[in-house]
Design a protein around this ligand. Sequence first.
Ligand code: T5A
Length: 220
Amino acid sequence: MSSTTTDGRAGLFLVFEGVEGAGKTTHLRRLSRRLDRQGIAHIVVREPGGTRAGERIRDIVLDPGSELFPETELLLLLAARAEFVRRVVGPALERGELVLGDRYELSTLAYQGAARGIGIETAREVNDFATDGLRPDGTVLLRIAPESGRGRKTEAADRMERESEAFHDSVAEAYDLLSRTEPGVIVIDSDDSPDVVHRRIWTSLSERWPDRFPPGEERE
Ligand code: T5A
């Protein structure tokens, strides 16, 4: 069964957000495995990336050797997003698919708008131009203290992860603010075991979209 969202599209676009190491990738994978087991069609996409050009832009933005002004970083990320919404997300939603995204506009508002100092409203305006106003139906914000999230990471730090503690604190503060001011943000406490956090996520999603996330316990 496909649900029709408030703006009439057949698909459903849900985005996972949070600071570094909040568990977005971990929980999207787990959600995807559970949806597969239940035979519920979906795609998982990540940003920056998701298209050939977008993956190349991702390499530039995350390369510790790249020197970028905040404006350059914003425009690169949104160039990637312009491709991503037109080639991937928009067509998938038109086909009625469930699209699960690893980061989207809240990342831009928090990282570039707030932490880089461009301004949330300026970042939003450029974002709206890039996306033609395409909004997610819901955003799952995995909340964890930035130092705890960073403490979970084991791989070499990329360009964003190498930023100062103050930068990452500012990202976290912006997410907190946006969780109160932006529509459709579902805050999930992520500082718990993966099993507990997964149950929280599934329960929240099944309360809102039971046809895509059937209520009940997880069965392996
Ligand atoms: N960016 C992106 C912008 O600045 N502006 C934008 O507009 C966009 C779209 C993307 C970077 O780009 C920036 C933000 C980012 O800095 P990325 O590599 O995609 O770079 O970075 P992240 O999305 O932050 O990915 P991370 O891997 O850092 O974080 P995740 O996905 O939240 O965390 P995850 O799932 O990989 O987990 C990290 C570790 O923690 C463990 C996992 O096993 C893993 O080892 N873990 C847990 N451990 C204990 N308990 C739990 N509950 C755990 N959950 C996960």
